[in-house]
Design a protein. Structure first.
Length: 317
């Protein structure tokens, strides 16, 4: 019988039995996992007292190989390479093995590494959902809009810039000075250093007002967004809302001129398959901040918590 290592709330390696499968689950030998802000915010108590129930193995984004299938599984077989966005309430990704539901799992196309695929689920789907919510077409047929993406160097942001360019948008971004070149290389038309007065004001160097602002920083303010929005239906899509912006979303709910709306990730399997297909075609890539061996997962956790990752933080099993 296999044993696996995992992390509890106190961040300790423990050995517990390999999960037994329900009929609609597959057992994945995890090759790589990626961290998201939600993982450590839950550890800090974001969802207490409802979640998590201990002992708890965190992390939802994994890629690996199927080594066993439940009796009702038809889509996957032993040996398949897969990617899963595990259920937030169960998680289990910071481990050697996880039982994943078929409905949370897609095949990983040949040529895509485990690390690149593991970066995609939460960050890629959040970027996709934000851009889909403003009507972006990803097949080249879109006429494009003026879009600002804040924190473009983040995990979500690095995918969002690439997806926005696939949608033919004119993209302005903010990031720190050290990431200006990287964000430009992802296709951004204008890159603002957030530490400069222009960057803090979100002012486009070419003077354009934005049809849409996709906000990925938790310090974004409606009072700063508002003057930069087009008066003709300009909209903020806030992925990282704070209390002020939550109130702004309520106050502007019926506004036809300028408004702010919130995004909470709801996309899943079908859309994850779409992102992997874009990756297979070479149209989307994962920007990897750092790779950490499983034994040093605590360092990966610290890196994600620092708030200064550029792209995705990966743990390799
Ligand atoms: N609504 C949802 O369902 C959902 C889902 C997933 C994520 N999110 C949210 O999306 C946001 C991004 O998540 P993530 O995991 O991708 O973040 P992340 O990778 O941890 O973001 C870190 C990056 O953000 C940059 N950054 C921080 N503050 C900035 C600012 N004021 N202006 C410009 N850049 C800034 C940092 O640059 P420097 O190092 O240069 O400071 C760093 O490169 C988070 O707020 C997260 O909570 C929401």
């Amino acid at each position: 019988m296999f044993y696996k290592l995992c992390y509890t709330f106190l961040f300790q390696f423990v050995e517990i039995p390999v999960p037994s499968l329900k009929k609609n689950e597959i057992l994945i030998k995890i090759e790589a996992a990626s961290l998201n802000q939600a993982d450590w915010r839950i550890q800090k108590g974001l969802m207490r007292p409802f979640h998590p129930k201990f002992p708890f193995i965190p992390v939802t984004d994994v890629s690996g190989e199927v080594i066993e299938v439940g009796s009702a599984i038809h889509e996957f077989k032993v040996g398949d390479k897969v990617v899963s966005k595990l259920n937030l309430w169960k998680a289990g990704g910071l481990a050697e093995y996880v039982a994943a539901s078929e409905s949370d799992t897609v095949s990983r196309p040949a040529g895509i590494s485990a690390a690149d695929a593991a970066g995609l689920p939460v960050a890629g789907l959040t970027a996709l959902q934000a851009l889909s919510s403003i009507g972006t077409k990803f097949d080249g047929s879109g006429t494009g809009a003026d879009v600002l993406i804040t924190a473009a160097s983040s995990g979500v942001g690095t995918y969002a810039v690439q997806l926005a360019k696939l949608g033919n948008h004119r993209v302005t971004t903010t990031c720190g000075a050290r990431n200006l070149d990287l964000v430009g290389s992802l296709g951004a038309d204008e890159v603002l250093d957030y530490a400069t007065p222009e960057g803090a004001a979100l002012a486009s160097p070419s003077g354009r007002k934005y049809d849409y602002i996709i906000n990925l920083t938790d310090r974004g303010k409606w009072s700063v967004f508002r003057p930069q929005l087009s008066s003709n239906g300009g909209r903020v899509v806030d992925v990282s809302p704070n209390l002020g912006n939550f109130l702004a979303s309520v106050m502007t709910l019926f506004s036809r001129r300028k408004r702010l709306s919130l995004v909470i990730l709801t996309l899943g399997k079908k859309e994850l398959g779409f992102l992997l297909e874009l990756m297979r075609e070479g149209k989307l890539k994962t920007v990897v901040d750092s790779r950490h061996p499983f034994e040093k997962a605590a360092e990966a956790w610290e890196r994600s918590m620092s708030g200064h990752a550029t792209g995705k933080v990966i743990v390799e099993m």
